[in-house]
Ligand binder design. Sequence first.
Ligand code: FE2
Ligand code: FE2
Length: 311
Amino acid sequence: MPQATTIAHLSDVHLTPLRGFTPRHWNVKRTLGLINWHRGRKSVHRHEVVDWLIADLASLKCDHIAVTGDLCNIGLPGEYSAALSWLQSIGPPDSVSVVPGNHDIYSRLTTHPGVGLWHDYMSSDAFGAAIAGVGAVAYGFPYVRRVGCIALVGVNSAVETRPFVAAGKVGREQRAAVGRVLAALSGSGLARVVLIHHPPLASQAPGRRQLSDANQFEDVLREHGAELVLHGHNHRDSLVWCQGERGPIPIVGIASGSAGRRHRSEPLARYNLIRVRGDGGRWAIEITGRGLVSGGVAVAELDRQRLEPAE
Ligand SMILES: [Fe+2]
Ligand SMILES: [Fe+2]
């Protein structure tokens, strides 16, 4: 008997306003990040735009919300608290899953838990804990959660970096754990949906913005397979296919969820409704994009596609 589950994918909301200007947390990276913010993205990312997307999403049938990172901007303590409040406003931890982005693990914090505040939104449920254990690396990644016919696999790609570097890394231990989790889930009858902030393939971002171990992470995906990978970071909508040993793996990137105007070649704010249907054999995945149209306040359907590899 086929089952169907719908998740909403939202990313890079870059919540505003910036909060928590505590002198002891200032350093070169945050100072340069703040200058950059005022020069460019301050006029792009608007909290009310996120609110419009969430209101639209709430009016539609959706089983879960997946947020693939960059909730913050320059990693100030006040930003983590504001992001937690925002998460609580969109749903309880068992209805919302998060993975951090490079703007969430941004620069050193000595006396603040940082993304640890969001633990309840990025940890395994009872089903997943039996598969993933306590996680291999900091903050307990990867985590696993069951949502209907889907197993969400949350991967952390965010690491502290030097100024002007937005690269990420999954890391050897986490890659091995992700491989074990994907292998364990392959016979579970669930569709494996991987959540990661950075685009997982080396070809998807330039050196300063890509996963430094993209080739090794791609090897993990190729060997063990996944039914879908969702990511953010590029602030653009994208679909590429990774040729896994057991079949093609669709990799879907998404625009920022708060872009109120176009920035360079980045589109306006958007989220995807992803409907996964199947019975543990072949999965049918349909994506409906909804977002801002021409900078207005209305959120409308933008496009709809079935994920099918090119012949
Ligand atoms: Fe971002
Ligand atoms: Fe990012």
